[in-house]
Design a binder for this molecule. Structure first.
Ligand code: SF4
Length: 442
């Protein structure tokens, strides 16, 4: 039996109901209308009411009972320390390509924590495998209609999926998809391609099996992302994995493109998309913007380069002035995988009189990669490539290099530490408007 902890508040939004009542950061909600919320999903569900009776613990440990009358859909305006008040559901697989196992030893213990939690999948779109759910959690997914979920499929043939996840429970995927279909619930799928294990005919079988669930008004499989396996220099020696070569990337691109064409004719949608990384490894042009449809797998690196360039061009028309004064010189750090694709952006920034932006497209020495996507560049890599160089007024740092909501890189270095060692300022930028505004506002 897991313990449900009181939901600790970290932020009270100004002018919210909670601020009016006098909630403070550090308070914790114990019950809402007599029920202890397990997680943010319960919290949101229980708060969708007109009268709330809350049991609250303040920071000194004193209990308060508070009654709130509000409109049914009014939000209280609270943020919590965590989304899960009863702890994470842990992963019970042993995938050889697991990124957590491909990190160097000796870091903070939370970096080695493997979650496989349907609640994080529903709330934030993280991927889960469905191998660790007891019956009561399946019932909760059904009753609360927690859809869509994001599922790491990798392969639909039971023996291939069991081999990849190293878990005998991994062979039930097709029955589980049927379960979603019968309840009109949806998933987005991802397939991490490991050459020699789930590529070739296995990949074709997987995509055909998955698209057989892309039928009806609410297709159980809404979309599929095909992603290349990512390997680092810290992986175990004898892990049966082979890196994706340029030739393998070209082969997978042709195979999936052909299948997507067939799916488009059959379903009116490609259903399966290749992650941008395939095209970068293969040295091929990215697909056109229209091919990504509604960008259903954008957070999985499918179409994110095309979308970023498009959003930039759009925002630049509105926000980019002809001239800045005084003169500004900045360094924009990105992964070397996007060096070519981002040239149009660089050109537009440098067309502004008085603005000089130098792109530094880096590979990751930390992970031991020759081609790196921006999200994998670490604090170590910045120091490795940029120490002692003229960086102008500072570094424009895409915030995809940082852990969600924190100023910490994947290797646990802080932005402050790196800025100090490089003797420069670091400006984290979130998206195109932030990038433009940071460039033009001195
Ligand atoms: S399911 Fe995810 S977290 Fe678990 S071993 Fe596989 S890759 Fe790692």
């Amino acid at each position: 039996m897991t313990t449900i902890h009181p939901a600790k508040i970290t932020k009270v939004l100004p002018e919210s109901i909670a601020a009016e009542i006098g909630f403070d950061a550090g308070d914790a909600i114990v019950t809402i209308n007599g029920t202890r919320p397990r997680d943010l999903i319960d919290y949101q569900f229980l708060c969708a009411d007109e009268v709330l009776e809350l049991e609250v613990l303040d920071a000194t440990g004193k209990t308060h009972h508070i009654e709130i009358e509000k409109d049914y859909d009014d939000d209280l305006g609270l943020e919590f320390e965590t989304a899960l008040f009863d702890g994470l559901i842990q992963c019970n697989n042993r995938c050889p390509f697991c990124f957590i196992d491909q990190q160097p030893p000796g870091k903070r213990s939370s970096l080695y924590f493997k979650d496989d939690d349907y609640r994080l999948s529903f709330l934030y779109g993280s991927y889960l495998t469905l191998t660790n759910l007891p019956e009561k959690e399946w019932q909760r997914i059904e009753q609360m209609r927690l859809s869509p979920l994001y599922v790491s499929v990798h392969a639909t043939e039971p023996d291939v999926r069991i081999r990849l996840l190293k878990n005998n429970r991994a062979g039930q995927l097709l029955q589980q998809l049927k379960w979603f279909q019968e309840r009109r619930l949806q998933i987005h799928a991802q397939v991490v391609v490991c050459p020699g294990i789930n590529d070739g005919k296995h990949l074709e079988q997987t995509l055909r099996d998955l698209t057989s669930f892309h039928t009806g008004e609410i297709p159980a499989v809404a979309s599929i992302a095909v992603v290349p396996v990512g390997l680092t220099r810290f992986r175990p020696q004898e892990d049966e994995l082979t890196p994706v070569t340029q030739q393998k990337a070209q082969e997978v691109i042709s195979q999936v493109k052909l299948l997507s064409q067939e799916f488009r004719q059959k379903f009116g949608s490609s259903v399966a998309w290749l992650a941008d990384e395939w095209f970068l490894i293969a040295g091929e042009e990215l697909p056109s913007e229209a091919e990504y449809e509604e960008y259903p797998q954008i957070d999985n690196g499918v179409g994110s380069i095309r979308l970023f360039v498009k959003q930039f061009t759009h925002a630049a028309q509105k926000l980019l002035p002809p001239k800045v004064s005084p003169h500004r010189k900045l360094t924009w750090v990105v992964g070397n995988a996007v060096e070519k694709a981002f040239q149009p952006i660089l050109k537009q920034l440098n067309a502004v009189e008085g603005l000089e932006v130098n792109m530094r497209a880096l590979y990751s020495d930390y992970w031991g990669q020759n081609i790196s996507v921006t999200g994998l560049i670490t604090g170590h890599d910045l120091l490795f490539h940029l120490k002692g160089q003229d960086l102008g007024e500072g570094i424009l740092l895409p915030n995809v290099m940082l852990k969600h909501g924190e100023l910490i890189f994947l290797d646990d270095m802080t932005v402050e530490e790196v800025a100090h060692q490089l003797n420069t300022e670091i400006f984290p930028v979130a998206g195109v408007e932030d990038l433009i505004n940071t460039c033009i506002n001195s």
